[in-house]
Design a protein around this ligand. Structure first.
Ligand code: ACM
Length: 542
């Protein structure tokens, strides 16, 4: 048999594990094909990285890989730019015709002399390097040389959108933490980072034309303690907040782009707007002066659908587009409580004037206008599935979170979809039972195996409709996640399951193999200092 499925390889290797070079390969996500060969290659301090292309993105990818191995494995590889293809103890990076590997695929061959990685794109070469980096960091050796088994890997992803989201509003995460998050995404071959930047509880991105968004909107006077079960609610009484300057955000966009990750900024509308309304009360419906919200849960404060608000949002989005080059801008759209619209004579008059049926159609009008603005600038909108209510904007992509229903409806209407249903993709839920023994979380129960079992293409779709499923994303809401260590606890190991859901073809997934590989990742977690959840890990063999 030419191609050995990796799970056979792992079990054979595990059984004949007396030789230190034959430990299980722990690569996550599972590559498309792995052909086992005899022998191995040792990466050591004499190994040279040879670039067979002048491409600057490839050069950066190589430097990232070399830096990572230096910092995390005490391995000191040298970069050999414009090197020739001969030579031993080398890792070669080569760009080939794009047809050979697709947009993000790569071919990796390792043997006695070294490793050759080829791809039609710099992204594919980066993923080949990440495969090697995982083999190195999962090795038992804490530092120094690592053994790569001789093999041929041919690999490419299932989905174009392999996303992870992070809410930095409920709890603020410093720039260095966001970069660490991006490092984790890169290592497991995610390519979209959805950055949730505005909320009722805090506005986190500098907008130069509206300085109060951050001088006022980024700070709350206090934060509720614990969950809603204690009445009256308890508060910590501490001013809390933070924001990213545009320069910091640009730095993060660049950092992500070097790792082939697109940053999708989310600017919430028409709801989740209390922090903005706290900064500029005239943007609200009631004109009332409110503070930034100190409790979790959804605020009733919603943008007034006035020309003033539309100009404000267009100005905000203009600055956002200057920082974020992504095709997609996330406009939120979820959980907009419309009571204030219902009670406002001005809003009701507007509904009549625009000949709309109700508040849902008004929300749709709102989103349509913002889409038109963004489309005119060459951008596309993506929004949570509530943007289906009252009629979907013509070119909108839907992020389906309240189950798959919204995503299915959108795909059947020929709209693109990112699947992110709560039951499989919400990493703020508990990951182990009994939940009372876990750190306080928002609720729900989402263990590793449930994430792993997810298939983002619903059976209800025809093959043509299924083409609209761009991919899948997991979300990390931070009401009950006070700092980055707790973010790590909530995403590890579940991030690894999502990585295979997003990258690996369903026929190549195997839960037993996955469990074995996750256990092997503990070396990597320890080398990176990751605060993973032991209770969320697969069972250890007897
Ligand atoms: C969401 O969880 N409110 C999108």
């Amino acid at each position: 048999m030419k191609y050995t499925p990796l799970f056979l390889l792992v079990s054979t290797m595990a059984m004949s594990c007396s030789h230190k070079n034959h430990e299980p390969l722990a690569v996550i996500p599972q590559p498309s094909q792995v052909e086992q060969k005899s022998g191995f290659f040792i990466i050591n301090d004499s190994t040279r990285m040879v670039l067979e292309t002048p491409d600057q993105r490839v050069r950066k990818a190589a430097i990232i890989f070399i830096d990572d191995l230096r910092k995390k494995q005490s391995l000191n590889l040298t970069l050999d730019e414009g090197g020739k293809s001969s030579g031993i103890n080398t890792i070669h990076l080569k760009l080939v015709s794009p047809e050979e590997t697709g947009k993000e695929g790569y071919v990796l061959e390792s043997g006695r002399k070294g490793i050759n990685i080829s791809s039609g794109t710099p992204a594919g070469l980066f993923y080949g390097l990440m495969t090697i980096e995982q083999i190195a960091l999962t090795a038992n050796q804490d530092g120094g040389s690592v053994t790569v088994p001789a093999m041929k890997v041919e690999d490419s992803p299932r989905f174009d959108w392999r996303g992870m989201h992070l809410d930095v509003c409920r709890h603020f995460m410093p720039v260095e933490a966001v970069k660490k998050y991006i490092d984790y995404l890169a290592l497991y071959k995610f390519n979209h980072f959805h950055w949730h930047l505005t909320e009722d509880q805090g506005w986190r991105i500098e907008i130069k034309k509206y300085p109060k968004l951050t001088s006022v909107g980024a700070w709350r006077d206090s934060t509720m303690v614990g969950n809603f079960s204690s009445t009256p609610l308890k508060y910590d009484g501490k001013r809390y907040g933070g924001f990213y300057t545009q320069e910091e955000a640009r730095d993060i966009v660049r950092y992500a782009a070097d790792r082939f990750i697109t940053v999708i900024p989310e600017i919430e509308m028409p709801g989740h707007a209390q922090a903005a309304i706290a900064a500029y009360p005239e943007l609200g419906v009631t004109g009332e002066k409110v503070g930034v919200k100190c409790e979790w849960g959804i605020s009733p404060y919603i943008y007034m659908p006035s020309e003033k608000t539309f100009s404000f949002l267009e100005d905000v989005l203009t600055e956002v587009m200057a920082v974020f080059p992504s095709e997609y801008i996330h406009i939120g759209g979820d959980e907009a409580i419309k009571d204030q619209w219902k009670e406002s004579p001005g809003v009701q008059a507007l509904i009549k004037e625009l000949n709309l049926k109700d508040e849902e159609e008004l929300q749709s009008y709102f989103i349509h206008r913002m889409e038109k603005f963004l489309n005119a600038k060459g951008r596309s909108i993506i929004g949570w599935d509530e943007i289906l209510q009252g009629g979907l904007a013509p070119n909108a992509t839907v992020m389906s979170w309240r189950g798959e229903k919204g995503g299915i409806a959108a795909a059947k209407m020929d709209h693109n979809v990112v699947m992110s249903p709560g039951n499989y993709c919400y990493f703020d839920h508990y990951q182990a039972k009994p939940v009372d023994d876990e750190p306080l979380a928002i609720g729900g129960y989402l263990p590793l195996d449930t994430v792993y079992a997810y298939n983002p293409v619903p059976k209800e779709l025809t093959a043509a409709e299924a083409e609209h499923i761009l991919g899948v994303q997991a979300n990390v809401w931070t009401e009950y996640i006070p700092d980055f260590r707790q973010v790590e606890y909530m995403i590890f190991p579940r991030l690894l399951a999502m990585s295979e859901v997003a990258w690996t073809q369903p026929g190549d997934k195997n839960q037993d193999l996955f469990h074995a590989k996750v256990l092997r990742q503990v070396n990597l977690f320890n080398k990176l200092g990751v605060n993973y959840s032991e209770t969320g890990m697969p069972p250890r063999p007897e």
